[in-house]
Design a protein around this ligand. Structure first.
Ligand code: CA
Ligand code: CA
Length: 201
C-alpha cells in the first residue's frame, strides 16, 4: 500500500529510442559496414525539495517568521527544488562502439494537471553540461523548480477552490550533441504537487 501511494509521486519512466543517423561519411567511429549509430536512452526523474517531506512535493510558500515573534529574524528555509535524474545509455550498434553524448542544456516546462488544474508557468532553459558515456548510467542533480518559479505560482491569481495546490507534470527536455556532431534530445517527466509545507523545524 505504501508503495502504491509513493509511486504516484515518484518518477515517470521515460523510454526514448534515440537513433543518431550517420551520414555515411568516411572515418566515422564504429561505422564498419553500418551507416547508423544507434543509442537507446532511458531516464528517470524524481523531484526533491528541502521544504517538502516526500518526493514530488514542492513547497511554494515561505513562512517569513517561523517562531511568530517579529523581533527575531527566522524565515523558513526556502530553496530551489531539485531533480534527481538518472540516464542510462545503451548502444544498439552491432560493432559495440557507442558514441559519447554531451548534453549542453535542458528546458523545463510545467504542465498543469487535474484535479487542481493550476495556472501555466513560464518555461525555463538552463545551460548544463552532462557527459553520457556509452553503455553507462549517469546520475545528476539539476535545478527543477527555482524559487522564482515558486514565486510565480504563489503570486498567480487563481479562481477556484483549490488555489493553494498545484498538480503539474514537469517536463524536462535535454539536448546536446554526440561526439560525431549529431544533435539529439530526449524528454523525461515527473509528477509534482506544489503546496504549502512546513519547513520551520
Ligand atoms: Ca521571528
Ligand atoms: Ca513552507
Amino acid at each position: 500500500m505504501g508503495f502504491i501511494k509513493k509511486s504516484k509521486y515518484l518518477s515517470l519512466l521515460l523510454f526514448v529510442l534515440l537513433v543518431i543517423g550517420g551520414c555515411g561519411g568516411a572515418g566515422q567511429p564504429g561505422s564498419s559496414g553500418s551507416e547508423d549509430t544507434g543509442i537507446k536512452i532511458s531516464a528517470t526523474l524524481q523531484v526533491s525539495d528541502a521544504g517538502a517531506p516526500t518526493a514530488g512535493m514542492v513547497d511554494v510558500y515561505q513562512n517569513p517568521d517561523c517562531d511568530g515573534d517579529v523581533s527575531t529574524n527566522d524565515p523558513e528555509d526556502f530553496y530551489d527544488a531539485l531533480g534527481n535524474v538518472s540516464i542510462t545509455t545503451t548502444s544498439l550498434s552491432k560493432s559495440g562502439e557507442g558514441s559519447t553524448l554531451y548534453i549542453t542544456e535542458y528546458t523545463v516546462r510545467y504542465l498543469p494537471q487535474p484535479p487542481s488544474n493550476p495556472p501555466e508557468l513560464s518555461q525555463i532553459t538552463f545551460k548544463r553540461s552532462i557527459t553520457l558515456l556509452p553503455d553507462s548510467t549517469t546520475e545528476e542533480t539539476i535545478i527543477l523548480v527555482p524559487v522564482d518559479t515558486k514565486d510565480e505560482f504563489a503570486s498567480t491569481e487563481c479562481i477556484g477552490s483549490s488555489c493553494d495546490q498545484g498538480n503539474y507534470s514537469i517536463e524536462v527536455t535535454f539536448s546536446g550533441e554526440s561526439d560525431v556532431g549529431e544533435q539529439f534530445s530526449f524528454v523525461v517527466y515527473a509528477d509534482a504537487l506544489f503546496d504549502s509545507y512546513d519547513n520551520c523545524q
